[in-house]
Design a protein around this ligand. Structure first.
Ligand SMILES: [Cu+2]
Length: 276
């Protein structure tokens, strides 16, 4: 679906590539993830209330509702965990689809790729936190593109371990799957909604990635993907080098609106709101 979306945009501008937001990087590297540069004027606009800054300011959806967010306003919400995402991508004990999808009613939901996927929806809040409206926030695209990236990493691991990533497992039968008729919705041979020429199992084909598209590696030290926005940084307490963004942040209020203004530090990185 995202490939189709990217193709549609490229009909207008063939230089466009869908970006992803590695929310783990923000969770890992920023003392307070609410200060991520993603929710500033430079990128997706403000994260507190109705979006009134950045490229999507004053957006309204097809129901004339304004785009809105409540970043980290709901108690106990957090961004995806570096440890769990690393487990999904690299732990050889986590090798079957059943190990990473959410079986309703199980206590370890948060350990699954689906459970981790839920977190930024709740953390961003507002439009993103409602099933029927979430895709109307451009953050949805950046978030889901990242989840697709993690899923592909899992599939690459399966290949390395000799598993077949095209195997579509039966969902099994639980009280919840019965209650919501999920087994019927998710059977391998069910026709996909809106794509009548495809069945669910076709979504597991391996020939999309590599032939139609591929994923850029998430930035890592020492060169941080050669991004002009990132620099390799080090904090004693974390005992390792990591890619940190080059922005200094401060907030101000003007005409009743809170603005989150980053200053881009072209060289070096930010220390106590100063570019050093
Ligand atoms: Cu989602």
């Amino acid at each position: 679906m995202f490939y189709r979306f990217e193709t549609a945009i490229r009909q207008q501008d063939d230089s466009v590539t869908l970006p992803y937001w590695d929310s783990v990087l923000d969770n890992q590297n920023i003392t307070d993830p609410r200060h991520t540069v993603i929710f500033t004027d430079q990128f997706l606009g403000n994260g507190d209330g109705i979006v009134n800054s950045g490229p999507f300011k004053h957006w309204r959806d097809i129901n004339n509702c304004p785009l809105q967010r409540q970043v980290s306003r709901i108690n106990h919400t957090e961004l995806p965990s570096p440890g769990i995402i690393n487990m999904i991508e690299n732990d050889i004990k986590v090798r079957y689809v059943k190990d990473v999808i959410d079986h309703f009613g199980k206590a370890e939901q948060k350990l699954t790729i689906e459970g981790q996927h839920n977190l930024p929806h709740e953390w961003i809040g507002g439009t993103m936190d409602i099933l029927n409206s979430s895709a109307r926030d451009p953050a949805f695209i950046l978030h889901h593109a990242f989840i697709d990236y993690v899923w592909e990493k899992f599939r690459q691991k399966q290949k390395r371990l000799g598993e077949n990533p095209e195997f579509y497992p039966p969902l099994g039968k639980t009280y919840e799957t019965d209650k919501y008729n999920l087994t019927a919705f998710h059977t391998a041979n069910r026709t996909m909604d809106c794509f009548p020429w495809m069945e669910n199992k076709d979504g597991y084909r391996s020939n999309y990635v590599g032939i139609l598209y591929e994923y850029e590696e998430s930035p890592k030290c020492p060169n941080c993907g050669k991004s002009k926005y990132l620099t390799c940084s080090h904090e004693l307490k974390k005992m390792h080098w990591y890619c940190s963004d080059r922005f200094c942040r401060w907030r101000f209020t003007h005409m009743g609106l809170t603005h989150n203004h980053p200053r881009y530090c072209r060289r070096g990185w930010c220390r106590v709101s100063l570019c050093l």
